[in-house]
Design a protein around this ligand. Sequence first.
Ligand SMILES: Nc1ncnc2c1ncn2[C@@H]1O[C@H](COP(=O)(O)OP(=O)(O)OP(=O)(O)O)[C@@H](O)[C@H]1O
Ligand SMILES: [Mg+2]
Length: 254
Amino acid sequence: MSEKTPLIEVRDLHQIFGQHHVLKGVTCKIYEGETVVLLGGSGGGKSVLVKHFLGLLSPHSGDVIVEGENISKMNERQLGKVRRMMGMMFQNGALFDYMTVGQNIAFPLRQNTKAKEKEIEERVTRCLEIVKLDGQIDKMPADLSGGMRKRVALARAIVDRPKCVLYDEPHAGLDPITADSIDHLMKSLQDNQGITNVIITHEMRSVFRIADRVIFLKEGQIYWQGTPQEMKDSGDQNLTDFIEGRSREHIETI
Ligand SMILES: Nc1ncnc2c1ncn2[C@@H]1O[C@H](COP(=O)(O)OP(=O)(O)OP(=O)(O)O)[C@@H](O)[C@H]1O
Ligand SMILES: [Mg+2]
């Protein structure tokens, strides 16, 4: 795998917000066709890192290279091309509440392509089938359950046939069965359509089910990377605590 050209490469990336040095020299690669899970404690910079892949944040210093091109200095028009190649499922779903499910999913096609209405309708219908929401096209987001909203967000992320999909906590707030169905969806996108998956999650069961590789972020740097099995076998306390959900700081009373 290390022979291949990476789809995304991050080199010595720093990001600073005011006094807060969030990313402190992140270097990592994402290869085409793999499912990578990004792990790490809350507030550690996972969402911030992934936003750089799309050029939604520009580095304080360092480089982000997508398909061999350095996107760090690109203008909005050039970034448009990069963003079309990547679908993003945001942490909070980010659906437009005043649009129907169908309008939400069609949005990237209307915004970024010259697709005709008939083609848009076909793509939206197909994506609704993929996420198992057939027949929900005219519903409003407010009338959907949390799991359904996640699936609409996923349909919107894949409607423009991206090469790579970035998922920010696709399992948060879902029951185990719905979380499992999201795992199947992500895996089938990889297996059947060759999509590269970059997933931020805290759901360790999913990591062991679907990840080819894990990248572990700690204190703004890549602390560790390897396969889920290697993570389990590592004997590293930070990694095993994370897998087992064990805290080392106990609050005894209020
Ligand atoms: N646009 C921004 N401006 C200022 N600070 C920001 C901005 N975006 C993120 N931060 C800060 O950067 C830090 C890392 O945030 P980030 O959202 O990447 O964490 P995370 O690892 O995704 O956490 P979680 O698991 O809780 O989602 C946080 O302290 C956050 O407040
Ligand atoms: Mg986050």
